[in-house]
Write a protein that binds this ligand. Structure first.
Ligand code: DLL
Length: 429
């Protein structure tokens, strides 16, 4: 298998669960002390919750700590939650999120090294080896995607092509001329690349590994991108709050879950309504505690991302770190139409299985007199009828949404993370 024996930090990636627990216990005690002693907002939060760092004796005690969420980070804008002196901060990233209030993540040099290590593990887990050309297509800027993939590629000893997004024809030439073996991007950029390659009638024989994330990534979309680009596609996870892309792991060659780097993070899955832990195998909200970050370690951060624990056994790839399911979506992404609850990912999964349907689609929620209805527009090759699409969606969702079939290229394209769901009031265009 391609990733077998291919580790960035073999000792840690294959350490026994017992050893990992021991390390997590030690690090949790340290991080609780760190945030409590260095930041007044954290101190107040712990005090109000009636917990002190001395109460934390092992990893199980994580549940004694208060849950936190995006609001805490937003309210402390710009650097109110930082736990180090300002002169130790060497880089920052920021996400604006849907409400527009930014979340800032400052980094010390130690944090950059931690990020690079996590991301480098992902590259190696995908099968990349030192010297491979890695073309990095997410934005280099406040978005953490470009720089995170850069720091990690350097740590893994790769030949970095910091292409950034856009100009897809040039991107394809770069990949051809510099023999790109590893290409990274947001999921919708993988789609874009596939389309332009088809238009240009290009193939990239050296391209072998695609690392995509930042957006929900259904299995059927993964298959489509894999066959379209002639690569093995991996689903990479991370967020501004955890410290960026790759910090929360990726799937290995077994492709049956994302390995979370447990020496750096404690993950819990909770019932979003009660805040209580759910059993392994049950879907809930992922909660993350950063154990090794200095500038802004999140404590029991409610990600709003839905997933479940898939396995805590040693994987065929040799890694021992917990596997979680690919993210279903964010809690607030759930749609309720005509009494049926569903996630955009289910629509994607159903659409991508229809032969001839393209990779771009829109879910439009229309509201008339307080009643919600949904239209699903897709792109498809000639010959794919609305009837075929409707039938597949009915099977997946239990009802038939209206919608139109556009020719390939007929729906608008966006840069960065794709917006798939649109809201419209009656009569609006
Ligand atoms: O999207 C980090 C990233 C960059 C991941 C490039 C992968 C590739 P944010 O902009 O802070 O950071 O957005 C984080 O995006 O809470 C999830 O809701 C979603 N997300 C990230 N990766 C995945 C994934 C980056 N693999 C938010 N599958 C997260 C599903 C993802 N959703």
């Amino acid at each position: 298998m391609r990733g077998e024996g291919n580790f960035q930090n073999e000792k840690m990636e294959t350490a026994s669960q017992e050893k990992i627990r021991e390390l997590q216990s030690r690090r949790l005690k340290e991080i609780a002390r760190h945030v409590y002693s260095k930041n007044p907002i954290y101190r107040k939060l712990f005090d109000e919750h009636g917990v002190s760092p001395e109460d934390i004796k092992s990893v199980e005690d994580v549940t004694k700590l208060p849950l936190t969420n995006k609001d805490l980070l937003r309210e402390s804008y710009p650097l109110g939650l930082s736990c180090v002196d300002r002169n130790r901060i060497v880089e920052m990233h920021m996400s604006s999120g849907s409400t527009g209030t930014p979340v800032v993540m400052p980094y010390t040099q130690g944090d950059l090294d931690q990020w690079a290590e996590c991301m480098a593990r992902c590259y190696r887990m995908a099968g990349a080896v030192p010297g491979d050309a890695a073309q990095i297509t997410p934005l280099f800027g406040l978005f953490n995607g470009g720089f995170g993939m850069y720091h990690g590629a350097r740590a893994a000893g790769l030949f970095v092509i910091p292409a950034g997004p856009g100009n897809t024809a040039r991107q394809i030439r770069l990949a051809r001329d510099f023999k790109t073996r590893v290409l990274t991007g947001v999921v919708s950029y993988g789609i874009r690349l596939m389309e332009v390659m088809e238009e240009m009638n290009e193939s990239l024989p050296d391209l072998d590994i695609g690392i995509f994330g930042a957006e929900v990534f259904s299995d059927s979309m993964k298959k489509k991108i894999s066959s379209g680009l002639g690569i093995e596609a991996f689903d990479i996870y991370g967020m501004t709050e955890s410290g960026g892309v790759g910090t929360l792991g990726m799937d290995c060659e077994a492709h049956d879950g994302l390995h979370v780097w447990e020496d750096h993070y404690i993950v819990e899955v909770i019932d979003p309504a009660t805040g209580e832990a759910v059993d392994d195998g049950k879907t809930g909200e992922l909660v993350v505690t950063a154990l090794t970050r200095e500038a802004l370690p999140v404590i029991r951060f409610r990600t709003a991302d839905l997933t479940k624990v898939v396995s805590r056994e040693q994987c065929d790839c040799g890694r021992t770190h917990v596997k979680i399911a690919p993210i279903t979506g964010r809690i607030d992404d759930m749609l309720i139409i005509k009494g049926v609850n569903f996630f955009p990912k289910q629509v994607e999964q159903a659409l991508m299985q229809i032969p001839g349907v393209g990779a771009n689609y829109q879910i439009i929620i229309e509201e008339t007199d307080g009643m919600k209805d949904v239209r699903i527009n897709v792109e498809a090759e000639a010959g794919v009828t609305g009837y075929v699409v409707e039938k597949a969606l009915k099977e997946a969702l239990g009802f038939s949404p209206k919608g139109d079939v556009y020719p390939i290229g007929g729906l608008p394209r966006q840069e960065g993370k794709a917006k798939r769901v649109f809201y419209k009031k009656a009569g609006e265009e």
